[in-house]
Design a protein around this ligand. Structure first.
Ligand SMILES: NC(=O)c1ccc[n+]([C@@H]2O[C@H](COP(=O)([O-])OP(=O)(O)OC[C@H]3O[C@@H](n4cnc5c(N)ncnc54)[C@H](OP(=O)(O)O)[C@@H]3O)[C@@H](O)[C@H]2O)c1
Length: 245
């Protein structure tokens, strides 16, 4: 089966930004989307918008730091819609800072959400995909997963890890499963809100407002990977705003 029509797609971090845009684009193309994030009110509002536009959506409050939340989200998709075609492991945070600041709790949050959250997603969906004989992982990395710069050491490390885990998964996946890495450049979302250094945050907000791309640019890239025939695996897509160096 190719195209997004009728596919069941779980999306983490679906309450805003890239995840929300992905839910809207895929639902608009006939996918059944299952939305996870901590902000249940926002998920409820998004699911209602999708339903009002004639689409299908379910949601569940999900903290990707909790392995059982990911299993429950995958179970919801399977029970509600009978299968799972795609897991978009998208939830992530980026409270960047210089290492000298020793914002150790923020380092731990990034590791827990950006790396362990993706692993918990894989642990939840992989047995389902194996049993079905089909399935597609889409993991959101970053251009920071290709190259690091000052202030981004830990964030960047988590995204290098997402790429390494995804590539290892692809090599182990066999000929029935697909694995795609999405590496966005700067996207116009609430992402910078997690930055606690007010100086860095102000710089990032100024750059974002100057040249970041809209989140549906990434949603369309995700849709492109999903819409390929089952024997075609788009391994990585890097999307930057033209104005990003
Ligand atoms: N924006 C960029 O420039 C950019 C560039 C490259 C890569 N990315 C990546 O793109 C992904 C999405 O980010 P975004 O730009 O769309 O930012 P965003 O608007 O801040 O969205 C982040 C999403 O992750 C969710 N989230 C955060 N912690 C979570 C947790 N513990 N459990 C479940 N969900 C959680 C948030 O929802 P709740 O708060 O409701 O849980 C929200 O839905 C991230 O992986 C990020 O690293 C972003």
């Amino acid at each position: 089966m190719s195209g997004a029509q009728g596919k069941v797609v779980v999306i983490t971090g679906a309450s805003s930004g890239i995840g929300e845009a992905t839910a809207l684009v895929l639902a608009g193309r006939g996918a059944k989307v299952v939305l996870g994030a901590r902000g249940a009110d926002r998920l409820q509002g998004l699911a209602a918008r999708i339903a009002a536009a004639g689409g299908e959506a379910a949601y569940a409050r999900t903290d990707v730091k909790r392995r059982t939340d990911l299993s429950d989200l995958v179970t919801l998709a399977c029970e509600r819609y009978g299968k799972l075609d795609v897991l978009v492991n998208n939830a992530g945070i980026g409270p960047i800072s210089p290492l000298d600041d020793l914002r150790v709790e923020e380092w731990e949050e990034m590791i827990d959400i950006n790396i362990k959250g993706v692993l918990y997603g894989i642990a939840a969906a992989l047995p389902v995909f194996r049993k079905q004989g089909f399935g597609h992982f889409i993991n959101t990395a970053s251009t920071a997963g290709h190259k690091t710069v000052p202030n981004q050491a830990v964030y960047s490390a988590t995204k290098f890890a997402v790429r390494a885990i995804s590539e290892g998964l692809r090599q182990e996946a066999g000929d029935k499963l697909r694995v795609t890495i999405i590496s966005p450049g700067f996207v116009r979302t609430d992402f910078v809100e997690s930055v606690t250094s007010s100086e860095l945050k102000a710089q990032l907000v100024a750059s974002r407002d100057k040249f970041a791309m809209p989140p549906d640019a990434i949603a369309r890239a995700i849709a492109f990977a999903i819409e390929q025939p089952a024997d075609v695996d788009v391994n990585e897509i890097v999307v930057r705003p033209t104005a990003q160096a």
